[in-house]
Design a protein. Structure first.
Length: 486
């Protein structure tokens, strides 16, 4: 059994207190004694194979815990002296190791959970708040202040010196050796790190894992692995507490977490954004911000990390023009993606350098502004204004794309070769579904010097270009051959 193996290790209380480097140590600590350990394998992943959850009903003699009081525990004491029956200060028992000695019923008829302090062999008990032991033991409440050391011992055996992947960005560094003071730090997601120490964390998150990045910077996270006696339900490990589940902050490195064979074909490829999208900047832990990246930004795929228990992959993207690094979570399966399909890779990105290089600077500007211009290709039009509501063939071999707008239509005509030859923006009748059946009265604000726009800034520019606007006024109900449109 895992807890029996933990007992065999017989590590001192001091050996469980670990800190990130740089924190001044006030005195030498005891050596660590370490013996062989066997593990009960009950699942297929790292956690389920090595860390069994023990409800109070499953606790057995010899299981070891450390007293880690929180603020509440310093007011409401947890233990009583077995000899006197008097309460004992949780602060006095801080960092003492308690060994479980089964449960019993006291003279007052209330159930007790019995412990022996490993340091001085003194006996204590925790009196259950109410009910019989069998009524209480199936709950997640557990025994206050106690951090389960069985998880810490197994984590030391399995993780010390091993490489992990960071799965979050929020971690901690110690600021004082003799207290639990720490600072929050930001680190890069999906970064490879090495485990340099494992110790005790808190009652809720008993395993403190200290890791170092390739530059030697150390940081840690307190995590619950088996969740034995954590005092928290499974559904409480979400939102702000998600990082305190093992897989919320770390993952073991396997072939899957590095790059699965399914995704290896994408590594090193050049892609560009078809639409403006949100990404997270990556700047050595100092610049993790969510920013909006414009259309037609070109990237190289430098990393792909599958996200556990999901269809999503975290991309590490390097912008080819500036060298900036970004991350983006995407999926390569669109079965469950709804709405704008923002996260679907095939919808968001296009492959190749040629599409970027063959697009002029002027056209890229129009695409970023959501405008369509004469000479654009079908692909460039899609990047500028999206897919059309309808496509229609014209008698002369040309064809047109029709977009439904709030008060008007956008009708774009293409040549046989697939290039834009003109556009028009007739006003839309609410009851009509076809722009060809409506009066060809074009929205005036869409034409400024032959260019279609709806921005107030463009309207102001119209006053400066009245002469040009006058020349094109007669074209408002016909196709433009010199301008561009939204």
């Amino acid at each position: 059994m895992a807890f029996a193996a933990s007992t065999a290790m017989a590590q001192s209380a001091d050996s469980y207190i670990v800190k990130t480097k740089g924190v001044k140590k006030t005195e030498a600590k005891a050596n660590v004694k370490k013996d062989a350990q066997t593990d009960e394998q009950t699942g297929t992943d790292f956690v389920s194979q090595n860390f069994r959850y023990y409800s109070l009903c499953d606790w057995q003699d010899g299981m070891r815990f450390m007293v880690i009081p929180e603020k509440y525990d310093l007011v409401v004491n947890t233990f009583r002296d077995a000899g006197t029956g008097k309460e004992v200060s949780s602060g006095k028992l801080r960092h003492k190791i308690m060994v479980y000695n089964n449960h019993s019923v006291g003279e007052n008829g209330r159930a007790r959970m019995n412990f022996t302090c490993e340091e001085d062999n003194k006996r204590y008990y925790f009196e259950l708040p109410n009910g019989e032991f069998e009524d209480y033991c199936f709950s997640k409440k557990g025994v206050p202040t106690l951090a389960y050391l069985g998880d810490v011992d197994i984590a030391r055996e399995k993780l010390m010196g091993q490489s992990l992947i960071t799965r979050g960005t929020d971690y901690c560094v110690d600021t004082d050796y003799d207290t639990d003071a720490y600072d929050n730090v930001k680190v890069e997601k999906n970064m490879e790190v090495k485990v340099v120490a494992v110790g005790v964390g808190t009652r809720s998150f008993p395993v403190k894992i200290i890791v170092a990045d390739k530059r030697g910077n150390e940081f840690f996270q307190d995590v619950a692995i088996s969740k034995t006696n954590s005092g928290m339900r499974d559904d409480e490990f979400d939102l702000d507490n998600a990082k305190h589940a093992f897989y919320g902050s770390f993952d073991v490195i396997t072939a899957q977490t590095k790059v699965s064979t399914d995704y290896a074909q994408y590594m090193g490829k050049t892609i560009y954004s078809k639409y403006a999208t949100s990404m997270t900047t990556k700047g050595g832990g100092k610049d993790n911000r969510v920013v909006k990246v414009p259309k037609l930004t070109e990237f190289r795929i430098d990393g792909m990390a599958p996200i556990r228990n999901s269809d999503y992959v975290t991309l590490t993207l390097t912008e080819t023009e500036t060298g900036r690094i970004y991350s983006k979570d995407v999926t390569f399966t669109n079965d469950n993606v709804t709405g704008e399909n923002e996260d679907y890779f095939g919808n968001l990105f296009g492959f190749g350098e040629g599409k970027m290089r063959n697009t002029s600077a002027a056209t890229r500007t129009m695409i970023r502004e959501g405008r369509v211009g004469v000479g654009m290709t079908e692909e460039e039009v899609e990047m500028a204004v999206g897919e059309p509501d309808r496509k229609e063939d014209l008698p002369n071999g040309r064809y047109q794309w029709i977009y439904k707008r709030t008060k008007s239509w956008l009708v774009i005509e293409f040549s046989k070769s697939g290039k834009v030859v003109g556009y028009k923006t007739p006003r839309r009748n609410e009851s009509s579904s076809n722009p060809s059946t409506e009066k060809q009265k074009t929205e005036e604000e869409h034409f400024i010097g032959g260019a279609a726009t709806t921005t107030r800034a463009a309207a102001m520019r119209a006053a400066e270009t009245r002469a040009s606007s006058a020349r094109t006024a007669s074209q408002r109900s016909s196709y433009s051959t010199t301008g561009s449109g939204r």
